[in-house]
Structures are given as C-alpha cells and as structure tokens.
Design a protein around this ligand. Structure first.
Ligand code: MF3
Ligand code: CO
Length: 266
C-alpha cells in the first residue's frame, strides 16, 4: 500500500489536530503529581480534549473485539504503552509515567506522547527519559525528503543501544492522518537506506519505546497494557512530524496563546 501524501488542505487540518493533541498533552503533564491516581489523570485528559472541541482517538479504539476503555494511555514505570487509568494506581514520588494523547479534530488525528517524572526521580530514570527523548530527536532529524524510513529507525536504535538500553521491537511508529494508523510502519530499529523513500507531505508518528533492560514485552490480562517482560523501566516519547522539502517539521507543538480554531479549508 502506498504512503498517503497530504495536500495543503489536509496539512492545514493536521496542524490543527496536532496542536490540540500537544496542548492537551502539556496541560495533562502539569497534573502529574504524587498522590493522584491514573484514573483521575485520564479524567483530566478527557476534559481537556473535550474543552478543545476534539475527540479521543483512543477511547473505543477497536482491536479485534476489544475496545480501549480510556481517553488517554497512561503507562507507569515498567509499563511500556497503552496503560489504562485506574483508581487503584496511585502515583508515588519517583515514579515515571508515559502520557500518550491521540485526538481526532475535524477529521484528522494528532498523536504525541512524553514520559515525565512524578516529583523527583532517580538519576537512572532521568537518564532513561533523556536518552529516549534524544533518540526521538535524532530519529526526527532523519525524516528528510530523499531519506528512507530505515534512516529514522537506525538513528533511534543506534542512540538507544549506545546507552545500553533496549529498543522495543513489537510496536512501531506509523503514518497518521485521517486514520490513527496509516502506512508506513516506522520501526525503532533497522538498517540505514532500507524501507520506503520519504517524500514531501507525509505525516509520520515517530515514537521510540525504550526499555532499561531487555526489549522484550508482554501484555497484561486487561488485554491492552504492554509492560516490559523483565519488569524493568520503560519510556516513550512521540511526535507527529510533517516531511517538507525544507526538512522535518514537528506538528505536535502546543498552542496556549490563541484558541485552536479551524478555518474553512473547503
Ligand atoms: N499512540 C498509540 C498508538 O499509536 C495510541 C494507541 S490508542 C489505543 O498506537 F487505543 F490503542 F490505546
Ligand atoms: Co502513535
């Protein structure tokens, strides 16, 4: 299947959806503190999304016969991605939590994630967050017209493994647009100059998931939450990026100043 190329109207809508997703993510991050439950955080996320006139793309997201029951994905410590907010999961000082916000706004999807400390965390956990975010930046830098998807993958993997961490294999980044998951798949491991050629007008969700220990994962009995197989910590950062002749442009940048409004684009 071909990778969708967005025209100017689609790009305009992607900008809006991504600004909403990012604004929600940054505001949600400000509510992370010791003592709050992940259920409460998810409710805050739900309200932030509604306040901006958007819809959670996670809520009700269907895989087989299962529907995702929460509005955001909240993954604590050894949880990698797709954690479900719970009244039983209280955040403690020193935990780390990955916040993943995916919204649909005016027919397009913005997807972004970050992992933050709860209060003060250990230097080992701070390093995991730093290296994972750096690997995202390095991956994005490779999202240049004329490069291939494997150049992104290779840059992420090289940086992660240089620091002795493991890069998750069984989940990958993805194209994003009118649908949450579009072509191409964007693995966080791979060879340079492999995969599809990057052309202008692609919107790509690049999302390294990095484990302190082994890259292996397992799924909890809730059918959604992915954790590390060995119980060691994991982190996740994600941006939606537009490819242009002038280089990659991160679309998931928050907009606090003016309300996000969609202008009629026909
Ligand atoms: N950012 C995640 C992804 O791209 C969001 C998944 S939403 C869920 O897969 F519903 F599957 F949890
Ligand atoms: Co994603």
């Amino acid at each position: 299947m071909a990778i969708p190329i967005k025209n100017d109207a689609a790009i305009a809508r992607m900008r809006e959806a991504c600004a909403v997703a990012s604004t929600v993510l940054y505001k949600l991050k400000d509510s992370v503190k010791p003592g709050i439950t992940t259920y409460d955080l998810d409710q805050i996320g739900r309200d932030l999304i509604a306040d901006l006139g958007a819809r959670s793309a996670c809520y009700g997201y269907q895989v087989g016969s299962r529907r995702f029951p929460a509005h955001t994905c909240l993954s604590v410590n050894e949880e990698v991605v797709h954690g479900i907010g719970s009244l039983k999961r209280i955040l403690y000082d020193g935990d780390i939590i990955a916040l993943d916000v995916v919204v649909e706004y005016n027919g397009y999807i913005g997807d972004n994630a970050m992992t933050v400390p709860v209060g003060e965390t250990s230097s080992a956990r701070q390093k995991l967050l730093r290296v994972t975010e750096e690997s995202l930046r390095l991956g994005i830098a490779q999202a240049k017209v004329g490069n291939r998807i494997g150049d992104i993958s290779h840059a992420v993997q090289t940086h992660v493994e240089k620091h002795g961490f493991g890069v998750v294999r069984d989940m990958v980044g993805h194209g994003v647009g009118a649908h949450m998951h579009e072509e191409p798949q964007i693995p966080n491991f791979g060879r340079r100059k492999s995969g599809d050629v990057i052309r202008p007008g692609m919107t790509l969700a690049i999302e390294p998931m990095v484990n302190v220990g082994s890259w292996r994962t397992r799924t909890l009995r809730d059918g959604w939450t992915i954790t590390t197989a060995d119980g060691a910590d994991s982190a996740h950062f994600e941006h939606t990026v537009l490819t242009t002749e002038e280089g990659p442009e991160i679309l998931t940048i928050p907009r606090f100043d003016s309300p996000v409004t969609v202008h009629a684009t026909g």
